[in-house]
Design a protein around this ligand. Structure first.
Ligand code: SF4
Ligand code: SF4
Length: 134
């Protein structure tokens, strides 16, 4: 089993596609929708797929053939050190515990390797120090 993240772009026409259902029923993939945004011209989704490499590859081909733009997503959260006040509001909100206070300096340290790009911390930061470009 491997795990991969993708960014999917939907047009208005294929916005209603039930991607998660198709991936489970047709390809035996465990999907996890990390972020989803509806836009004027369609929608964007960050999707994590867990499954066998060949099943993930087949899913990518299927979605692409269905007119959904799909690309590997490797972006992570960005922290603007000038804006961050180390207030700690982001610490408890992160599901993968990316933020930890340094016991010596009390600086909030961000472990980029743990970030799954879920976006949960974006609205938690009162100083708008966190960004995650889609
Ligand atoms: S995007 Fe999600 S996983 Fe990444 S730091 Fe923010 S809350 Fe944690
Ligand atoms: S919530 Fe924002 S300002 Fe507070 S520690 Fe986290 S990134 Fe820094």
């Amino acid at each position: 089993m491997i795990q991969k993240r993708y960014k999917l772009k939907f047009s208005e026409e294929n916005l209603q596609e039930s991607v998660a259902y198709i991936l489970v029923s047709k390809f035996n993939i465990q999907p996890n929708i990390l972020r989803a945004e509806v836009r004027d011209d369609g929608g964007v989704m960050v999707l994590e797929m867990k499954g066998r490499q060949e099943d993930i590859d087949a899913s990518v081909v299927y979605l692409s053939d269905a007119g959904i733009s799909i690309k590997a997503f490797d972006k992570q959260i960005l922290k603007d050190a000038d804006r961050c006040t180390d207030c700690g509001a982001c610490i408890s909100i992160c599901p993968t515990k990316c933020f930890t206070p340094d016991p010596e300096t009390w600086e909030v340290v961000l472990n980029y390797d743990k970030c799954i790009a879920c976006g949960a911390c974006l609205n938690a930061c009162p100083f708008h120090a966190l960004t995650l470009p889609l």
